[in-house]
Design a protein around this ligand. Structure first.
Ligand code: SF4
Length: 351
């Protein structure tokens, strides 16, 4: 049967930056090394990143995703996700695994550090985040007795905190406007509240939102590519809806695009959505006047592989050099090429 495409899309405005951020790049490339080096199954605590295509691809390669490190058989390799893990999970993983590699994003680690430092100084912490999200679970567990998780102005106003030492700390991936409303109200209620000099919202979150804020008002509709459990993807959809009175569609894949899109379509992707999904969406939209990439913010951050993986690969490289009767001093770890490799290409090759 021949399927006719009923869309009449003239143009796609493609946001830049979009898609994978430095933290997601690091985590995906790290897990792809795990599946190449170890016999399956490799275990991963929580979804490595919140994207179904990424998780499904690793599952096919023998990665088993678990929500509790006690589910991991003794002596198996395990990776901890980019969202950050509770201290008890990090400790348990080290106890049960043959090797435990923590692929937490360094920007989430910075927030864990703020929580730890403020709670050790006796602060009560208001943490703005999503109930049940992996990042919020990991961060609140750093100091559970000191942290109160809220996700709205209403929840903030319902809090009873005596003070005097109160801190405001935030999940990295919230919608900036929404976060600002909560932060402003927190300062009205608690004028002396401490917060970090620069907000905890990460560069990838703010950059992608800045790009969609510029593009959405120029388009007849906005398409956001990413999963429903991806906080930064949902934040992009909220920003687009706030700045434009046109429809906003969040889709996992091109198959979920509505059939009747027309005119100019703004397209972006959450920080955990691979390039191949963007390519598929554009192929389905088939804009008659082509694609215009709109470069809004420069972004060239790079996060190196997790330290445990670098140490392991170095030892492995040295051991192989000895077996092959080569000089271990000049043997170089394959991770040295990491900055020039993209996670999207790596994922594509793992199909
Ligand atoms: S969205 Fe931000 S905090 Fe999350 S992994 Fe990417 S850079 Fe790190």
């Amino acid at each position: 049967m021949i399927m006719l495409n009923s869309m009449a899309v003239n143009k796609v405005l493609l946001a830049k930056p979009r898609g994978f951020c430095a933290g997601v790049e690091m985590a995906i490339k790290a897990l792809s090394w795990m599946v190449r080096v170890f016999e399956p199954p490799v275990y991963c605590y929580h979804e490595i990143v919140h994207n179904k295509i990424v998780v499904d691809r690793f599952s096919k390669l023998g990665v088993i995703f678990v929500d509790d490190p006690t589910q991991v058989p003794l002596g198996s390799p395990i990776m901890l996700s980019a969202h950050g893990s509770a201290p008890s999970v990090v400790a348990k993983s080290k106890e049960v695994a043959s090797i435990s590699i923590n692929a937490v994003c360094p920007l989430v680690t910075k927030v864990h550090h703020e929580v730890k430092t403020r709670s050790s100084k006796g602060f009560e912490i208001i943490y703005v985040g999503h109930h049940g999200h992996d990042e919020a679970l990991g961060t609140t567990a750093v100091a559970p007795d000191s942290v109160k998780l809220i996700e709205s102005v209403e929840e903030l106003e319902a809090l009873k905190i005596a003070g005097p030492d109160i801190a405001l700390i935030t999940q990295t991936t919230l919608a900036t406007d929404e976060w600002r409303e909560i932060a402003d109200r927190a300062k009205e209620i608690y004028p002396e509240i401490w917060s970090p000099g620069k907000s905890d919202l990460c560069f990838a979150t703010t950059n992608r939102q800045a790009a969609v804020r510029e593009l959405a008002p120029l388009a007849d509709a906005t398409v956001i590519i990413g999963s429903a459990n991806s906080s930064n993807t949902i934040a992009l959809a909220k920003v687009a809806a706030r700045v434009s009175n046109r429809p906003v569609y969040r889709v996992n894949t091109a198959a979920e695009l509505p059939d009747d899109l027309s005119g100019t379509i703004a397209v972006t992707a959450g920080a955990s959505a691979p390039d191949e999904l963007v390519d598929e969406v554009i192929a389905k939209l088939t804009p008659s006047d082509g694609v215009e990439e709109v470069h809004v913010v420069d972004e060239d951050e790079y996060f190196p592989p997790p330290r445990e993986l670098r140490d392991f690969m170095k030892k492995l490289t040295t051991a192989l050099a000895v077996i092959m009767d080569l000089d271990p001093e000049v043997a170089t770890s394959p991770l040295e090429a990491d900055p020039s490799v993209t996670a999207s290409d790596t994922l594509y090759q793992l199909r």
